[in-house]
Design a protein around this ligand. Sequence first.
Ligand code: PDD
Length: 284
Amino acid sequence: MPDLAYLNGEIMPIEKAMVPIEDRGYQFGDSVYEYIATYDGRFFMLEAHLDRLERSMSELNYAPIARDELKTAIEELNHQAGYPRAGIYIQISRGVAPRNHAFDAKLAHQFVMTVRAVHELPKEARSKGINAITIPDMRWGRCDIKTVQLLANSLAKQKALDAGCDDAIFVSQHGIVREGTSSNVFIVSGKQLMTHPLTENILAGITRMVIIQICKKIGLDVNITLFNTEALYNADEVFLTGTVTEILPVVRIDGNGIGKGKPGSISRKLFKRLRERALAGEPD
Ligand code: PDD
């Protein structure tokens, strides 16, 4: 099955898709993105991802793209690739222009996508949990906008791998736990869950939102509040949420064992519920 790209209306093999070197996404990080996955060939939470994409674009004063146009393009790319479990990466940049910090509001977007099979996380990561480090959050002040300015995220992830761990969790200068390099963070203490509120310091994760909905449905209380590294280290369970991550238990952070040092019952239950919901193929 082919890995395909979409480039401003045309679908082609990935290696044939090229963007001009003066794309503002390339020179200024002036580009927004989404990553959406399918289960059994059907998108999970497509509308919510499109809502977030449109919000990212409007926060940066990009001209809008009609929802129908976006959807038709995404669905066609997915259809042509035909993967049962596809990951569609969508990137929209402000456009192409001679390098200049200021920009012309009338630039034409560059709308590109790729589709590949989702690489499932290693079974061991899910069954045993992962190790993480914390890292000072040096990102810009609008992490709620899903831009391609991911250098801090990329360096943090690499630092974790170089330290023999699996991922990094961003922490503010005041010790507030924000989010993972490509995921949101939840902690569990007793039957109470906690996660960071939706502010400009984290991405409003779609998986985070679904987990909060599932918790409500099954009677688990989620306290949406700031919490610090001490609460993180002392939690019974810690897990990350994201489109690829789904729910991933973290069992060791900065060398501190979390809870019993293995995935806890709430993380396991929520993972099962999330998969059931994704596989049910209901509209968002
Ligand atoms: N990232 N926080 C950050 C910084 C992220 O990059 C992501 C997702 C999330 C989780 O969001 P969601 O549940 O909507 O996937 C939180 C995507 C998967 C990526 O960068 O590829």
